[in-house]
Write a protein that binds this ligand. Structure first.
Ligand SMILES: *[C@@H]1O[C@H](CO)[C@@H](O)[C@H](O)[C@H]1NC(C)=O
Ligand SMILES: *[C@@H]1O[C@H](CO)[C@@H](O)[C@H](O)[C@H]1NC(C)=O
Length: 159
């Protein structure tokens, strides 16, 4: 249980920070990468789950296996507490039945370590994020816009 509490705190702080993402709209998404965002929409997810620097993606419609390639790894600072979300240059998982599972490549920094988001599903107007055994719900509308990656120094991001 001592391990469980910090997880809940992490997701709570993440929640508080998310509305700020909508202040950072991306009016000119790369037309070459629009299909990854369309794929999210078609599956009932908002495009803001992916940052604005998607380079390409692949999806196996039979198995649900997908991978998304970013131009480079991406960090987003979540004010007001300056928690970081980090996207690896390659994000993989299984997109099937309105659910993203087996997710690898999206993490949140809090309490001096990185926490992987392992699954995401839509539930009404909310998204449910799973971080290991903990989960938390946030309004989907917080993810209406794809956030811009911060800075021009991706080499410093953790991997
Ligand atoms: C897609 O997934 C199915 C089922 O796992 C597999 O048989 C098929 O080879 C995959 N297709 C590609 C292009 O990887
Ligand atoms: C993806 O998830 C679906 C539904 O849970 C499952 O049937 C399928 O086998 C999964 N594919 C992989 C590659 O794990």
């Amino acid at each position: 249980m001592a391990k469980f509490l910090p997880l809940l705190l992490v997701v709570s702080f993440f929640s508080l920070s998310l509305p700020s993402l909508s202040e950072n709209p991306n009016p000119n998404p790369n037309p070459k990468s629009i299909s990854a965002y369309d794929e999210l929409r078609l599956s009932g997810f908002p495009i803001g789950l992916l940052p604005s620097n998607v380079r390409g993606y692949s999806l196996n419609r039979t198995s649900g296996d997908f991978s998304v390639e970013l131009l480079h790894r991406c960090r987003i600072t979540l004010p007001p507490d300056n928690y970081l979300a980090a996207y690896s240059p390659r994000i993989t998982g299984n997109l099937s039945g309105g659910r993203i599972s087996g997710l690898d490549g999206i993490r949140v920094r809090a309490f001096f370590r990185w926490w992987s988001i392992t699954a995401i599903r839509a539930s009404g107007d909310d998204l449910v994020f799973e971080v290991g055994v903990a989960s938390a719900k946030y309004p989907s509308k917080n993810f209406d816009e794809s956030p811009e990656c911060e800075g021009g120094n991706p080499s410093k991001a953790a991997s």
